[in-house]
Design a protein. Structure first.
Length: 414
C-alpha cells in the first residue's frame, strides 16, 4: 500500500473486504485514514489497514496550458460575459473536498457550442462571491459594470453568471437600478458545479447565449424549465423565485408567464416584450438599505417592529397571511397597533403574501379591512424579495412620495 500513488486528486478504485469503492482521493489530516470523494458527492473515510487493493484510475492533472483565444467570427453577434461567482463558477477541490471558485475562463469550456452562437468578446469579473454574501453595494457595482456594455453599439447582449441562493434579489435589483435595458441581459446559474457530469451549467449557458443574442430588451433569469436537459425558460427579473434547494429547475415565474422558452436550437417567444433599441441607458442606483422583511408566524411578537425602529430601519416588508390578514384577536399577539404606530412615526411598512402565488386583497375579510386602516401598503402579488429591493430603492429617493412609488408599477414588478 505504501508504494501506491494515493495522492489527493487521483481517481482510484479501492477494494476492502466487503466492497469496492471508486472516487477521488481527498487530502486527509489523519495518516491512517484515506478520504474518498464518491461519485454521489459524499465523502467517506477508509482506514488504510482495511484496503486490500488500490488501483489508480486517473492521475490528478496539472494546470492546463494557456489557450489560444478563439478567433472572432464577424458573422456572429458579440456578447460580454460577467462572472460573479457561485456554483456555476465553482469546481471540486480534490485536496479538501470543498467546492471552490474556478478560473472564470473555464466556464466556456463546458459549453463550447456558445462559440457557434456568438463571439464572447470579453469576460469580466467585478467580484467573485457566493450569492449569500452579496448585498446592495454589489448590485450597484454589477449595474455599473453592465452600463458601458449596454451603451456600446458593438455589444449585442450580456450574460451574467451568478450563484442561485440570492439570484432573485440580484435580478430584482438590476431591474430597478438599470431600468429598461436597450438589449438583452441574461442572468444564469447552475445548481451543480461545472466539473460534475450532472451539471446544469452547459444548457443554461447555451440558452443564455441564445437569449443574449435575441431582440428581447429585457433583464431575465435563464434556467432549466424541467429537470431534463431539454429547455430553459426566460423569467422576468423581478418576478422569479428559487423554489427548490437542489433541483435544476429551481427558479419559477411568480404570478407571471415566462418571457420565452429556449432550447439549444430554438427560442420561442411566450409573451410580449420590449424590443432591442439604441437608446442610451442611464443608471439610477440610489438606495437605502435600512430595510428588512418579517414573515409573520403563529404566536410571533409584533414588538419586533419596535426593535427595527430602534435600530434605525426605515422600512419593513411583512409577509402576511391569507389574502390580507395578520394576527389581531389575542391582545398579546395583535400586530395592528404596532403597525399603525410605526407608520405614524414615519416607517414605511408594506405587505406581501407568504403564499407565494396569488395576490393580496384586503377588502374580502374584516381582518384585512382592519389591517388596511393602519396605513400599510398592500403590494398585491409582488414577491417578498422584489418588494424588499424595491423598498430600499424607493427609500433611496428622498424627494419621492414613498407610498405612491411603492404602489406604482416602476418596472412591471406589480
Amino acid at each position: 500500500m505504501k508504494t501506491l500513488n494515493l495522492k489527493p486528486g487521483n481517481k482510484v478504485k479501492l477494494q476492502t473486504k466487503d466492497k469496492s469503492w471508486e472516487g477521488f482521493i481527498l487530502e486527509s489530516y489523519d495518516s491512517e485514514i484515506i478520504l474518498l470523494k464518491l461519485k454521489s458527492g459524499y465523502n467517506i473515510g477508509i482506514r488504510e489497514s482495511q484496503i486490500l487493493d488500490a488501483t489508480v484510475l486517473e492521475k490528478s492533472t496539472s494546470a492546463p496550458s494557456p489557450k489560444e483565444p478563439t478567433p472572432k467570427n464577424d458573422k456572429l453577434p458579440n456578447i460580454v460575459m460577467i462572472v460573479t461567482g457561485g456554483t456555476i463558477s465553482s469546481r471540486l477541490d480534490p485536496k479538501s473536498g470543498a467546492v471552490i471558485s474556478t478560473d472564470k475562463d473555464a466556464i466556456l469550456d463546458i459549453a463550447p457550442k456558445i462559440k457557434e452562437i456568438a463571439n464572447i468578446t470579453e469576460i469580466v469579473s467585478p467580484f467573485m462571491k457566493f450569492s449569500e454574501n452579496m448585498a446592495f453595494q454589489d448590485w450597484k457595482l454589477l449595474s455599473e459594470t453592465c452600463e458601458p456594455y449596454l451603451n456600446n453599439p458593438e455589444i449585442d447582449g450580456i450574460i451574467i453568471t451568478h450563484g442561485t441562493d440570492f439570484l432573485h434579489y440580484t435580478a430584482a435589483a438590476l431591474s430597478f437600478f438599470i431600468g429598461k435595458p436597450n438589449k438583452p441581459i441574461a442572468l444564469t446559474y447552475s445548481q451543480r458545479s461545472i466539473d460534475r457530469g450532472s451539471t446544469d451549467a452547459a444548457l443554461n449557458l447555451i440558452c443564455s447565449t441564445k437569449y443574449a443574442t435575441s431582440d428581447i430588451a429585457e433583464i431575465a433569469l435563464i434556467g432549466h424549465e424541467t429537470t431534463d436537459d431539454k429547455t430553459c425558460i426566460a423569467i422576468q427579473a423581478n418576478a422569479a423565485r428559487k423554489m427548490h434547494t437542489s433541483k435544476r429547475d429551481t427558479f419559477k415565474p411568480i404570478n407571471v408567464e415566462p418571457i420565452a422558452r429556449i432550447s439549444k436550437d430554438k427560442l420561442e417567444i411566450l409573451k410580449t416584450f420590449n424590443v432591442k433599441n439604441t437608446k442610451k441607458v442611464k443608471l439610477d442606483t440610489k438606495f437605502n438599505d435600512k430595510v428588512a422583511s418579517i414573515k409573520i408566524t403563529p404566536g410571533s411578537d409584533p414588538s419586533i417592529i419596535e426593535f427595527y425602529q430602534q435600530q434605525g430601519y426605515k422600512g419593513l416588508i411583512l409577509e402576511i397571511t391569507g389574502i390580507g390578514q395578520v394576527p389581531s384577536q389575542d391582545a398579546k399577539f395583535n400586530w395592528l397597533p404596532k403597525i399603525k404606530k410605526a407608520i405614524q412615526n414615519g416607517m414605511i411598512i408594506c405587505a406581501t403574501p407568504q403564499t407565494i402565488f396569488g395576490k393580496l386583497n384586503p377588502n374580502i375579510y374584516s381582518a384585512g379591512r382592519d389591517l388596511k386602516k393602519t396605513g400599510i401598503i398592500f403590494l398585491e402579488g409582488m414577491t417578498t424579495e422584489t418588494a424588499l429591493v424595491k423598498l430600499a430603492y424607493v427609500l433611496g429617493h428622498k424627494q419621492w412620495n414613498k407610498k405612491e412609488k411603492m404602489k406604482e408599477n416602476l418596472q412591471e414588478e406589480c
